[in-house]
Write a protein that binds this ligand. Structure first.
Ligand code: FAD
Length: 414
């Protein structure tokens, strides 16, 4: 595959852009693969990429029922941070954040990583205590974050009203190297790199059944026929429960819609990311000028991949006291994705009761930031049967009571 470069752009400009290759090859499935990954979202594609890059395993297919990146990966508000409370979380999220720093170079694809800084606002005494505790934990974990006072919050984000009558800003947890990246580009960059290594990225190929012999996986049935494999990675976010049912086991997971919206584009108004978890809204400004606004999950389990009116009102009402200028903006569009939520708000990267089947899910409302780290760890788990980054994230931890409780520090957030 030809490299993308300034020189290549100039060359193609001279010849009417007739010389570009397809970013990834369109292939029919082979009869058998060493590894099949179900789900061409960021986590599935990153898993495949690191199987090839770190372990030389390239006889791999990534099967996607829709279009690649069309799930939560292409629907999220792209916040990247690693300021989690528990050690196993900080390890995998910080690995991930650090891989984002060089992702454009590694993939030769501009993912527009923008480490513009993320503040998590403290608007209650409970949050002040919680975020100060997280800042101390992060210092011990080697994750660079700091507790900042309201004046510094205002300096970083002048459009904010820090004196709101109901929820004044009492300070914030600031991660200067957190930020955003372009979500589609992350999926496209990984897909291109996987295809370049000889892997098959197969879209419009829904897995309908999982075949096993003597407790071991032997293949899948799909809308494009039966495909055999030695190992199977299930990386399907909100549909993890559906896939695990096909394989004959249950996951401790709930599926629920999470919604977001964007405003009309306006001139540059804020150059950081702000998360307000008490009122539950979060905000950044896209390169096009839209205010990207996310809210909470629906209050009931569902598979509804779309937005709803009551959520717009709830989310915007929550944010206008702190961001009064939002009241004057028009909404441009709204959407939803189906997220996969665990009881302790931490992910599952695990072996399963079926030999050869591995599961990567439970990233819930905050897995975009984790894509490279999760892919790195999951590839190691599939290739070697063990990874230091996944040891604590077994699906069996719920049975054993070994929770990784992030619900206070991060689970309600993104
Ligand atoms: C509105 C919203 C805002 C969010 N904001 C943030 C944020 O700011 N920061 C952050 O870090 N995270 C955020 N998230 C969460 C983040 O988007 C997800 O955790 C992450 O994208 C999950 O990636 P994935 O690859 O696991 O899943 P997905 O991208 O959903 O990929 C799973 C894929 O599996 C496919 N699939 C399902 N079933 C089958 C089948 N049977 N056969 C074949 N393919 C199948 C689906 O079509 C899908 O493409 C947000 C999510 C939403 C919805």
């Amino acid at each position: 595959m030809k490299r993308y470069s300034a020189f290549a752009i100039a060359r193609e400009a001279m010849r009417n852009h007739t010389g570009w290759d397809r970013a990834w090859a369109k292939r029919a499935p082979k009869k058998k693969y060493d590894v099949i990954i179900v789900g061409a979202g960021g986590h599935g594609l990153a898993t495949a990429y690191y199987l090839g890059k770190n372990f030389g395993i390239t006889n791999v297919a990534i099967l996607e029922k829709g279009w690649l990146g069309g799930g939560n990966t292409g629907r999220n508000t792209t916040i990247i941070r690693s300021n989690y409370l528990q050690d196993p979380s900080a390890a995998i999220y910080e690995k991930s954040r650090s891989l984002y720093e060089t992702m454009s170079q590694d993939l030769n694809y501009n993912v527009m990583f923008s480490p513009r800084g993320v503040i998590m606002l403290a608007q209650t005494q409970h949050e002040v205590r919680g975020y100060k505790r997280t800042a101390h934990a992060n210092a011990l974990q080697g994750v660079t974050t700091e507790w900042i006072d309201p004046a510094r919050v205002k300096e970083l984000c002048p459009i904010m009203n820090i004196d709101g009558p109901r929820y004044p800003v009492l300070g914030g947890l600031w991660q200067a190297r957190g930020g955003t990246a372009r979500h589609d580009a992350v999926a496209w960059g990984y897909a291109r790199a996987c295809s370049d290594m000889g892997m098959d990225v197969i879209q419009q190929c829904e897995v309908k059944g999982v075949r096993q012999q003597n407790g071991k996986v032997v293949g899948v049935d799909t809308t494009q026929g039966a495909i055999d494999c030695d190992k199977l990675g299930m990386v399907v976010a909100g549909h993890s429960g559906v896939l695990s049912q096909m394989a004959g086991f249950r996951l401790p997971i709930e599926s629920v819609a999470l919604q977001a919206l964007v405003s009309e584009p306006i001139k540059p108004a804020m150059d950081i990311v702000v998360m307000a978890n008490t009122v539950h809204g979060y905000l950044s400004q896209s390169d096009k000028g839209e205010m990207v606004i996310g809210g909470g999950t629906d209050g009931y389990n569902n598979y509804t991949q779309r937005g709803s009116f009551h959520h717009i009102e709830e989310t915007v009402r929550a944010l206008v006291e702190t961001f009064p200028m939002l009241a004057r903006l028009k909404m441009l569009r709204q959407w939803g994705g189906i997220v996969d939520v665990t009881g302790d708000r931490s992910p599952i990267l695990s072996k399963t009761p079926v030999e050869g089947i591995f599961v990567n899910c439970g990233w819930g409302t905050g897995g975009f930031k984790a894509i490279p780290g999760s892919g790195w760890a999951m590839a190691e788990l599939i290739a070697k049967g063990q990874s230091p980054l996944t040891d604590e994230f077994s699906m069996f931890r719920f049975r054993e009571g070994k929770f990784i409780d992030e619900s206070v520090a991060a689970g309600g957030a993104h």
